[in-house]
Design a protein. Sequence first.
Lengths: 114, 111
Amino acid sequence: DGGITQSPKYLFRKEGQNVTLSCEQNLNHDAMYWYRQDPGQGLRLIYYSQIVNDFQKGDIAEGYSVSREKKESFPLTVTSAQKNPTAFYLCAGGLAGEGTGELFFGEGSRLTVL
Amino acid sequence: AQSVTQPDIHITVSEGASLELRCNYSYGATPYLFWYVQSPGQGLQLLLKYFSGDTLVQGIKGFEAEFKRSQSSFNLRKPSVHWSDAAEYFCAVGAGNKLVFGAGTILRVKS
């Protein structure tokens, strides 16, 4: 099946640990995005990438890092510097460039910090 | 800055009743507008989109939305709600090469 695949679906970590969320796509999309979702706050953009080996900070990038070494993959690392990491994380892919916008989402990863 | 406002956090409707979810946006240029739906614990699915042309847009699952530039609105409607429509709905505006989302509206359907 084609689409955006996120793993793991559920993840628990202790405070002070880094954790990496995987996002893989086989839609041949140039652009990939990471959003964080908290109840009542909608989706907030963490990082996005329009092309391999390039990425930009979104609105809430502090405490997160990403890489884009391959077109198909856009992993997100939640570092120990992120003060409130418990959240639902959504990865998406889409066409790059101005005026685009239709995004295709994965099923999300729920991170809980114990 | 671009922004999206969904004034209603929760809406409850009876099955078979009509539905309207409100969305207002702030964007300087011609907007690209979207409605997405999310079931609990799942990703988002695109319901419909507006890029240009006819201001009344048809989507999947019997939904439609109307773009009103004068009111900066893009409200989502459905003439008859089904219990399976219970979910959270997000309005979004395309801002350059990214999407800006509203806070969402949770739809509850009572039988």
